[in-house]
Design a protein around this ligand. Structure first.
Ligand code: UT7
Length: 328
């Protein structure tokens, strides 16, 4: 690759949701059969979530990821053989190994690209996108497929109403290509491992069995407070580092966990809610998939236009967070 292409640009996007749509009402009715009380009113009022998509048992993350990647490649007009880097952000990998990215690679029929997973929970996509951008800027890749994909339903304790109503399954992907004009114009990633316990799925496969707790556990209020604080701070610093302000940003795509987090964040940053892409009502929290899913929805419905400035922001387990500023 020549030194005349020092930047990376998003040239296509795609997403995929499993077909099984579960409304709040349907979920509440199902939980009632296990004597667990919840309601559409509680879920909608506290989170903004109205429905989610749940993969059938046995459907793996790689299946959702591969379909989202196919759609992104078709949108970009790029053949899978041209891809030299595949990164999958996921916390619900198919296997201990190989990586989900290698399984996606085989599914796409690509040979030879570097392929690996990134594990940063709900910040996974911004971590993966920043990694791919860094590869391209360093001249180590020309065309990357960056995917966020999850089957979070597989790590939920369906008897814990404090968590199981919040999440859904899905996948989103972008194609990132070397370019002589800047697309990714800023990025920052952070973590604070001392807060690992506020959001965790602390299980593992070892010595022939599951050890630890295989389910997601969360201190919802601690995560809520941290999310608003770090996303506000990170939005300000990533724009300032690029010589811009929040007023220059056309669209915000924060991680879709809770409509109240998005509303608080927009208010703190003095950004009108109309500039925030919201999909949490439709998809619930799909962890690493939420940002590329929302990006794809807003590109396809015509909201996000070429040339506009988009701020992508992830936050979640680890504790991790980060922002990527993209000129579309
Ligand atoms: O990707 C990042 C991951 N997660 C997040 O970003 C989540 C961040 N946190 C949140 O979104 C919110 O903290 C929650 C939505 C999880 C919880 O909302 P909250 O307003 O903080 O509620 P709470 O935990 O204080 O619970 C209030 C009440 C409790 O009952 P009592 O103790 O007041 O009687 C809960 O037991 O609501 C109860 N509750 C429910 N009731 C009906 C908790 N879950 C449910 C439920 N249905 N599903």
């Amino acid at each position: 690759m020549s030194a005349s292409m020092p930047f990376s640009r998003i040239i296509g996007s795609g997403s995929f949701l499993p077909p099984n749509l579960v409304t709040n009402e349907a979920l509440a009715a199902d939980m009632a059969t296990r004597q667990i009380e919840t309601s559409d009113e509680w879920i909608a009022e506290r989170t903004g979530i109205r429905q989610r998509y749940i993969a059938d048992r046995g459907v793996k993350t790689s299946a959702l990821a591969t379909e989202a990647a196919r759609r992104a490649l078709a949108d970009a007009g790029v053949d899978a053989s041209e891809v030299d880097l595949i990164i999958v952000a996921t916390s619900t990998a198919d296997f201990v190994f190989p990586s989900t990215a290698c399984i996606v690679q085989a599914g796409l029929g690509n040979k030879g690209a570097a392929a690996f997973d990134v594990q940063a929970v709900c910040s996974g996509f911004v971590y993966a996108l920043t990694t791919a951008d860094s590869f391209i800027r360093a001249g180590r890749a020309k065309c990357a497929v960056v995917i966020g994909a999850e089957v979070f339903s597989s790590i939920l304790d369906w008897n814990d109403r404090g968590t199981c109503v919040l999440f859904g399954d899905g996948a989103g992907a972008v194609v990132l290509q070397a370019s002589d004009t800047p697309g990714i114009i800023g990025a920052e990633l952070h973590a604070d491992g001392s807060q690992m316990n506020i959001l965790t799925a602390a299980g593992n496969v070892a010595y022939g069995q599951v050890t630890g707790d295989p389910f997601l556990r969360m201190d919802g209020q601690a995560v809520f407070k941290q999310a608003v604080t770090v996303l506000d701070r990170s939005a300000r610093s990533v724009t300032a580092d690029a010589g811009l302000t929040m007023a220059d940003v056309d669209w915000m795509i924060p991680h879709q966990a809770n409509l109240r987090i998005l509303t608080f964040l927009a208010r703190k940053l003095d950004v009108p809610l109309e500039k925030v892409v919201v999909t949490v009502d439709q998809h619930a929290n799909t962890s690493a998939a939420s940002i590329p899913l929302a990006l794809d929805v807003a590109r396809r419905d015509g909201r996000i236009q070429s040339g506009q400035l988009v701020l992508l922001q992830g936050v979640g387990g680890g504790f991790t967070w980060g922002s990527v500023l993209v000129r579309m």
